[in-house]
Design a protein around this ligand. Structure first.
Ligand code: EPU
Length: 337
């Protein structure tokens, strides 16, 4: 465990942005994490997981602690369910594939989401009709100031759409070290309600899908729409889908009858930001090395040497245009550092 200085973070963020950490250390156990925190009480710290949900717009003038805790195990099981624990540094997709191999159900719709297990509760990741809160039991976290461990139950996490306590009251106070999920062993709740999945399964002539079939369908959809960060730097959806008052939606809908939407409540409607961005003419556009992906306008991309500032400028241009054209304020989902 060595602390390095002026360390390039290019390989540690999926946008592939060149930015430096004043100091950098990777920890491989909770014991190591405790020592690093104890020995650097007065240092400014920055916690880095899989680097898949952040845009670096500047060097980080802090001690960057990369959480590289590995391991996964079955904690307990009954006839119907299994409780599985994964350490925070496990790659999310590899973990999902492992659960499917064991025939454990619940995570298959979230196949191929980039990032590590430890950051999944922070923004309650989700895709194709499922969110981690649906199978989440609890997570263990280390208090940065005291190094005490705390268990957060599902209720304590205050999960919402891409939201949790870790973005609010508990922000910058805890480091998630492991997460427990309760998965099905039988009577799997196969969820193909999301239109794209049904279409993909029909294309593959699958009528009674298994966990593996659903996972494969999700992988096929994601690969056709979303760029692979190893080939083209990106952070998945850059913006959240805005939730707007139904009265506002009705006004926009009158001009745009084809506008997709999801009813959230009697008074609120969620609108796909990707659709708004496409309507505003940004899809596939490129500004230097920063751009908007050609197959999914919600994803901003780095064609090679874009700086974080350049990508941020594109995102602000998009936000201002959407506000002007539709009167809707769209919010970044990615953490801008
Ligand atoms: N759409 C367009 N143009 C685009 C993109 C989308 O018109 O360029 C339309 C689509 O035709 C569709 C609707 O917008 O009618 C929704 O599109 P899609 O199914 O691709 O999903 P999304 O709402 O854009 C969300 C999540 C994704 C997740 C998908 C599938 C957010 C911010 N994003 O995207 O999550 O994979 O649903 O469940 O909620 C992520 O968070 O990084 C992420 C990739």
């Amino acid at each position: 465990m060595t602390i390095q200085t002026d360390f390039s973070l290019k390989k540690y963020n999926t946008f592939g942005i060149e930015a430096k950490a004043r100091q950098f250390v990777a920890v491989h156990s909770t014991a190591e994490l405790k020592i690093v925190l104890q020995q650097n009480q007065n240092e400014k710290k920055f916690i880095l997981g899989g680097g898949s949900n952040m845009l670096l717009t500047q060097d980080i003038n802090a001690l960057v602690i990369h959480i590289d805790l590995k391991g996964r195990k079955v904690l307990k099981e009954d006839d119907d369910f299994v409780w599985v624990e994964s350490m925070a540094g496990e790659n999310w997709h590899e973990f999902v594939l492992w659960t499917i191999q064991q025939n454990f159900g619940g995570l298959e719709n979230m196949s191929l989401i980039p990032g590590n297990v430890g950051t999944t509760p922070v923004q309650n990741i989700g895709a194709y009709g499922t969110e981690i809160k649906d199978t989440f039991v609890s997570c263990e976290a280390m208090n940065i100031a005291t190094q005490d461990m705390k268990t957060f139950s599902k209720e304590e996490c205050h999960f919402g759409y891409r939201e949790s306590i870790f973005k609010h009251e508990a922000k910058d106070q805890f480091i998630i070290t492991s997460v427990v999920f309760r998965l099905t062993k039988r009577n799997h709740k196969i969820n193909t309600s999301y239109g794209d999945i049904t279409k993909e399964l029909e294309k593959q002539n699958v009528t009674t899908p298994t966990l593996k079939d659903v996972s494969n369908a999700v992988i096929a959809i994601r690969q056709s729409k979303l760029p692979d960060p190893k080939e083209l730097g990106n952070s998945g959806s850059f913006f959240k889908n805005p939730i707007i008052p139904k009265v506002d939606y009705d006004k926009i809908h009158a001009h745009h009858p084809n506008m997709p939407h999801y009813v959230v409540s009697e008074t609120q409607v969620k609108v796909p930001a990707g659709w708004l961005i496409e309507q505003a003419g940004f899809k596939g556009k490129r500004f230097g090395d920063a751009g908007i992906h050609k197959n999914q306008a919600l994803v901003l991309v780095n064609y090679g040497n874009a700086t974080g500032q350049e990508i941020l400028a594109v995102s602000r241009d998009i936000q201002a245009t959407i506000l002007k054209e539709f009167g809707i304020a769209i919010e970044a989902e990615v953490n801008v550092i």
